[in-house]
Design a protein around this ligand. Sequence first.
Ligand SMILES: Cc1cn([C@H]2C[C@H](O)[C@@H](COP(=O)(O)OP(=O)(O)O[C@H]3O[C@H](C)C(=O)[C@H](O)[C@H]3O)O2)c(=O)[nH]c1=O
Length: 187
Amino acid sequence: MDIEQTKLEGVLVITPKRFSDARGSFSEVWNRQTMREAGLDFDFVQDNQSISTKVGTIRGLHYQAPPHAQDKLVRAGRGRVLDVVVDVRRGSPGYMNWIGVELSEENGRQLFVPKGFLHGFITREPDSMLLYKTTDVYAPECDGSVHFADPEIGIDWGIDPAAAVVSDKDAKAPTLKEWTSPFEYEG
Ligand SMILES: Cc1cn([C@H]2C[C@H](O)[C@@H](COP(=O)(O)OP(=O)(O)O[C@H]3O[C@H](C)C(=O)[C@H](O)[C@H]3O)O2)c(=O)[nH]c1=O
């Protein structure tokens, strides 16, 4: 398993070892002991799967607020997405900084998204399937979002955001100016 730091503190790109042969391939996409040995001892309690049929579908920018904030381990089971993470921890030196990492069935990369970061993605292939583990269960009362096209964040989705396929909820999400982060930077 390869672990790469990113420019966002605590956000990691994790690439499990892939064993390929004439039949195809095998990977341990999550192993608690291996993760623990790498200092990533997270107790995942929920597995999610979303399938987005059209290219240019954006889901996000989402979070769950405390007391049900979630760390996430995200991968593309099928297709290809640009996975985006934004630091929204009040007081963070990297507040509002964002990164995009391409996750695909082909590259097998995973993104670890800690609490305090917005998460979203745009599909780059049809029928892209996102699979992700979370460290707390779904709590709709704590579910929140920030507008994916907020000019103050300035995410480059690779397309005109106005042309993206989005949910009504995401289309109506607040911008950072209209929103107060529930997350505090803990140094
Ligand atoms: C997240 C979630 C949703 N739902 C229900 C609620 C809605 O009836 C339906 C679709 O939910 P939503 O439109 O919020 O789904 P996404 O837009 O894919 O949201 C997710 O996408 C971004 C990228 C994320 O990182 C979050 O995990 C999550 O917010 O599933 C559940 O029953 N359990 C859940 O854990």
